[in-house]
Design a protein around this ligand. Structure first.
Ligand code: CDP
Length: 196
């Protein structure tokens, strides 16, 4: 069975948690595509070459989740040649036999516009910054400023900007607990799988 669940949205909206839960629930492999851009940024050197020669080890580094790596990722992610180098791998993953969950910024719009389920997971910048601060600590005002800066860069870039696909279902997690957000996503996927 080919069945793609595309989960897009801004930083710290809950995409990762929802994606992992949906993947677990339905037994689909999961790809966190943000990690690809983080790994390209952290590898250093020419980002286009880094994207063309990314290895599984690059994706296992333990410094990929920092605020700095996130900011650097959103800078290299605006380079069209970097994005182009990562498209084929993501498409193959998305359309592999056995289903797939991918989360990122452009999965439903660019990587897999034919995805069977498209979710756009969002929350207010304040709520997202607070979550990121709980996760990583640091100065709360700086975390909020970085969230806003990254939103602006991801939404404003010319190539594959962050935006909901026309047929995406919106899940606003500002006032939802993790369990409620996961339940909403699981219900949408289950309905599509059963053809209702
Ligand atoms: O985890 P968080 O939502 O903070 O970020 P991420 O998903 O790891 O993505 C890091 C950065 O990579 C984003 O700010 C985007 O600029 C970029 N990215 C992208 O352009 N396209 C994707 N499909 C995934 C991430």
């Amino acid at each position: 069975m080919i069945f793609t669940v595309a989960i897009d949205g801004p930083a710290a909206a809950g995409k990762g948690t929802i994606s992992r839960a949906v993947a677990d629930r339905f037994g689909f492999p999961h790809l966190d595509t943000g990690l690809l851009y983080r790994a390209v940024a952290v590898k250093g050197g020419d980002p286009v070459e880094a994207a063309q020669h990314l290895t599984p080890e690059d994706l296992c580094r333990d410094d990929l989740r920092s605020l700095e790596a996130g900011q650097a990722a959103s800078r290299v992610a605006a380079v069209p040649e970097v994005r182009a180098a990562l498209v084929a791998f993501q498409r193959r993953f998305a359309r592999s036999e056995g289903g797939a969950v991918l989360d990122g910024r452009d999965i439903g719009t660019v990587i897999c516009p034919e995805a069977e389920v498209k979710l756009y997971v969002t929350a207010s910048p304040e709520v997202r910054a607070h979550r990121r601060w709980l996760e990583l600590g640091g100065d709360a005002a700086r975390v909020l400023a970085e969230v806003r800066e990254r939103d602006a860069r991801d939404m404003g870039r010319a190539d594959a900007p962050l935006r909901p696909a026309a047929d995406a279902v919106l899940i606003d997690t500002s006032d939802l607990g993790i369990d409620e957000a996961v339940a909403a996503a699981v219900a949408i996927v289950a309905a599509r799988l059963s053809g209702t």
